[in-house]
Every structure is written in structure tokens, then in C-alpha cells.
Ligand binder design. Structure first.
Ligand code: 2BA
Length: 113
């Protein structure tokens, strides 16, 4: 694999979506690593997937992300937040959950040692 054409796709997703995505990517032959992570705002467990792929495969991977990580809305009581004092009490907070946050970054060098 030539490192000049390689991209690192970083996907932060809900755990259950990430597991499906991981299975789909693996089945399609894309290498992927799952790291357990935690969102700073909700302090819920989520998952971070790392996948180093050729630049021309990025769109295919992103299509899989879109198919498996659909955004939805959830209403969270302010008291249930890990830092309830920072928001005024009142209506539950509407929060986007699911979906995915994706970063695509250039890989300067890739080595398998
Ligand atoms: P969390 O930080 O736990 O955020 C979960 C969801 O809560 C966010 O979904 C967003 O809908 C909402 N949210 C976050 N901060 C908020 C605020 N100050 N006020 C109201 N609602 C807020 P997403 O935006 O889809 O983010 C999902 C997870 O992706 C985040 O979990 C965090 O772990 C990660 N993430 C999002 N943007 C990131 C970034 N620029 N860099 C690194 N990680 C990021």
C-alpha cells in the first residue's frame, strides 16, 4: 500500500452502530480497529473506529458509515447530565445521538513491522 495515497478514516459512533459497521467493513475487506471511547458531553461510552484505506476507498467506507450510523434524537433530562449545574433546569435537552463524527486525515507514513 503506498502511503502517499493512504487515508486514515476515524469514525466516532454509538457502540451498537459501531459494532455493525465494524462487521460490515471487515466483511468487505477493509481493515478496522475499534477503540472504546467516551463522549465529553454525555460521558457515555461510544466507539472510535480507525481504518487506514486507499484514498479511492474513502467514499465506499463513508457510504457504509451512513448506512449503519443513522442519527436520531433523544431527550435527556438536564438532571441526568454529568454536569447538571451548567445548564438551566427545565425542559429535557434534545440531543442528537447515533450518527457519526468522521475525520479523514492524510497518512504521512504507514509501516507494518
Ligand atoms: P458527546 O461529546 O458525548 O456528545 C454527544 C452528543 O451530544 C453530540 O452528538 C451532540 O448532539 C450533543 N452535544 C455535544 N455537545 C453539546 C453541547 N454543548 N450542547 C448540546 N448538545 C451537545 P455528536 O455531535 O454526534 O457527537 C457524538 C460524539 O462524537 C461526541 O460525544 C464526542 O465523543 C464525539 N465528537 C463530536 N465532535 C467531535 C470533535 N469535533 N472532535 C472529537 N470528538 C468529537
Amino acid at each position: 500500500m503506498s502511503s502517499s495515497a493512504q487515508k486514515l478514516v476515524i469514525v466516532i459512533a454509538a457502540d451498537e452502530d459501531a459494532d455493525r459497521l465494524l462487521a460490515k467493513m471487515t466483511k468487505a475487506g477493509y481493515p478496522v480497529t475499534k477503540i472504546s471511547s467516551t463522549g465529553g458531553f454525555l460521558r457515555r461510552g461510544n466507539a472510535t473506529l480507525l481504518s487506514g484505506v486507499e484514498a479511492d476507498a474513502v467514499d465506499t467506507v463513508l457510504a457504509m458509515v451512513r448506512a449503519e450510523c443513522r442519527p436520531r434524537e433523544e431527550y435527556i433530562p438536564v438532571q441526568a447530565l454529568p454536569f447538571p449545574g451548567s445548564l438551566p433546569p427545565g425542559q429535557p435537552l434534545q440531543v442528537r445521538v447515533g450518527g457519526a463524527i468522521v475525520f479523514v486525515v492524510d497518512v504521512e507514513r504507514f509501516e507494518k513491522i
